[in-house]
Design a protein around this ligand. Sequence first.
Ligand code: SF4
Length: 260
Amino acid sequence: MNVTATPDSITVPVLEVFSSFQGEGPQVGERQVFVRLAKCDLRCAFCDTPESYPTPDKARIQLAAPHGREERPTNPLSVARLLEAIRQLDDPPGLHAAVSITGGEPLLHPQAVHALAVGIRSLGLRIHVETGGHRPGAVRHVIDVVDEMTPDLKLESASGMRTPWAAHAETYEILEAAGKALAVKAVVGADTPPAEVAEAAAFAAKHLPSAPFIMQPATPHGDGPARPTLYHLYHLHDAAGRVHPDVRLIPQVHVFLGAR
Ligand code: SF4
């Protein structure tokens, strides 16, 4: 029997759905609905969402912004339920410019992200996906139905793990061919050497030349990397700027705002 998956039948573990301002990358300041899916297969030292690693028993769904009531439905949620939450939050319709599908690592759930993107399209909102940039197979699965992605470039000095160069290259090349990369984002820490940033920027320029290379200073927390000084950031920019035509420095703006 051929059973067709529908937004009612596809389920996904969810952390939260909420309205906020995009705090990272070139769209910083844009009002977006955030759909934060649970689970991640990485453990970056700079991670600011470790609560996304397990699946919580209950998701948190904001019903109205900024201080609206919340619902706490039991996980996993259907894609249809998520679409209803987005529709309810985007009031009046078009208040938000986009829906940002984030995590955790949202591309651990390619079938749900695909169905979600198709539904969001019918709500008239842009579809943005944030990813660690290490799951090219899933990028291929969803690339036709999303508008844009921001893949990371995981620097070893900041993430504490080996840079997944091969997976990054494959991911970037899919995005370059589709013209759907918003930027490549690399978190940099106090101990990130200029030579590592230069290598990464050259790599991004080679595999994803259409996208800016964004250095995001680490936001200190726990055992994560310390924030680089402004002096150090100049050095990092000097190094990256020699090998990449569009290098930008964008900190996490939502942290300044006290926003999620
Ligand atoms: S990929 Fe993102 S969610 Fe996963 S550990 Fe790294 S920073 Fe955290």
